[in-house]
Design a protein around this ligand. Structure first.
Ligand code: GDD
Ligand code: MN
Length: 383
């Protein structure tokens, strides 16, 4: 760990233990935070002097054009700089870009609006030094809190969002925008691709952090400027969750989506079969018609959703592969259904539908394996 014990120099206050951190890079995403910039810099400066910290502060600004650049320059702190971004805007990309341009061994991310108290940073760094991999400034551990005037909706929103992330991490406050971890772990991270606001969650999942520490904070409401958290971010959060679930539980998620698509195929199959039956066609033809049409709808939906990573490849080749690989399943489906209809369910109401349903169940498992590992397999798919 990057902590260096330093004994006090002659004439210096003999503190029990003075620790010099080998270096922090504090990344602060900003959008129209001109009023908050001098305030947060002043508090970080106090911390820097008290703790003898070596640090850099990088504001990652999405071209606010509100005097933020001047505010950083006029502060006179040579350890603070601002990077103005004009492309790929957004909080998460700004933070990730910030980490990429930082060079100290410990990374911190925090909001500019003073919701996050810089004073707990030393505690976060100490927690890292005790072997933990990722430290959150947390509202939901004992000692943590949010401002009293958080309305019921904001509170509920935050809690539901946290609950949805529960299968991804057991951290109490993975939604926090205040966290610390090591540069070395960042450099090892899998393709980072966050959308929206939840950078910490992205890092926890993609870096595979297990040993997560949480330092309680009192989350204060901003006094200057306004929150940029909108409905758009909530929708993005759902998209982000889907990606992270797929990343973490890839086979289970593929199987689940395959079954949902399969479920829609069942409805298509039975509907087509019933219509054909009404038209007076022979039962064997009705069964075959239901299977054929649902095969096409299943193919299209699986290509679009379940195996969306393979969407770029040639559709006709894939369709041929899908039909071929499904043919085992279809044969199982067709023969099970015909057999049950003839031998087991001679005179039950909806006998043909019931037989078809059981046939479908029998065929499904063959189809999944063929799709996942042959037709929509991952290798050979161009990036
Ligand atoms: N560069 C950049 N680009 N910065 C942005 C953007 C953007 O598009 N949107 C917001 N920011 C900056 C803000 O200027 C602020 O410093 C920080 O990101 C957080 O934005 P707020 O608008 O204050 O967010 P919030 O208070 O609603 O949300 C905070 O709390 C959430 C948990 O309740 C953030 O910390 C979230 O990360 C956190 O999930
Ligand atoms: Mn805020």
């Amino acid at each position: 760990m990057e902590l260096i014990e330093r004994s006090p120099a002659p004439g210096e206050q003999p503190l029990a233990s003075i620790q010099v951190f080998a270096g922090l890079s504090i990344i602060i995403p900003t959008y129209k935070e001109v009023d908050n910039i001098p305030l947060i810099l002043k508090r970080i400066d106090a911390l820097r002097r008290d703790g003898n910290l070596s640090l850099e502060v990088i504001f990652m600004d999405d071209n606010s054009r509100d005097g933020s650049i001047e505010a950083v320059e006029q502060s006179g702190y040579d350890w603070a700089r601002i990077v103005v971004r004009t492309e790929n805007r957004g909080l998460s990309p700004a933070v990730i870009d910030g980490f990429r341009s930082a060079c100290n061994p410990i990374y911190i991310c925090m909001d500019c609006d003073l919701s996050h108290p810089p004073e707990v940073i030393p505690q976060m760094v100490l927690a890292l030094s005790s072997g933990q991999q990722f430290i959150l400034g947390s509202r939901y551990v004992p000692g943590g809190s949010t401002d009293d005037d958080w309305g019921i909706f904001r509170w509920l929103n935050s809690r539901v969002a946290t609950l949805l992330a529960r299968p991804l991490t057991s951290a109490k406050d993975p939604m926090s925008g205040f966290f610390a971890f090591r540069k070395a772990d960042f450099d090892k991270a899998d393709s980072l691709n966050p959308v929206g606001y939840k950078v910490a969650l992205e890092l926890i999942v993609k870096c595979g952090f297990r040993n997560i520490g949480e330092v309680p904070i009192r989350f204060l409401d901003r006094r200057h400027g306004e929150s940029k958290l909108t409905l758009k971010q909530q929708v993005q959060y759902i998209q982000h969750l889907r990606r992270l679930y797929i990343h973490k539980f890839s086979n289970t998620m593929h199987l689940l989506q395959f079954f949902v698509v399969g479920g829609s195929g069942v409805i298509v199959n039975l509907a087509v079969l019933t219509v054909l039956l009404q038209l007076g066609l022979p039962e064997a033809v009705c069964l075959a018609g239901g299977i054929a049409i649902s095969l096409v709808t299943n193919f299209l939906l699986n290509r679009r959703f379940t195996f969306s990573y393979a969407r770029g490849s040639r559709i006709w080749t894939q369709f041929a592969g899908f039909v071929a690989s499904s043919s085992v399943g279809m044969a199982v489906n067709y023969s099970v259904a015909l057999y049950l209809r003839a031998e087991v369910l001679p005179e039950t109401p909806y006998a043909l539908q019931l037989a078809a349903l059981l046939g479908i169940a029998g065929g499904m498992i063959f189809n999944f394996l063929g799709s996942r590992y042959v037709v929509f397999r991952k290798n050979y798919i161009r990036r």
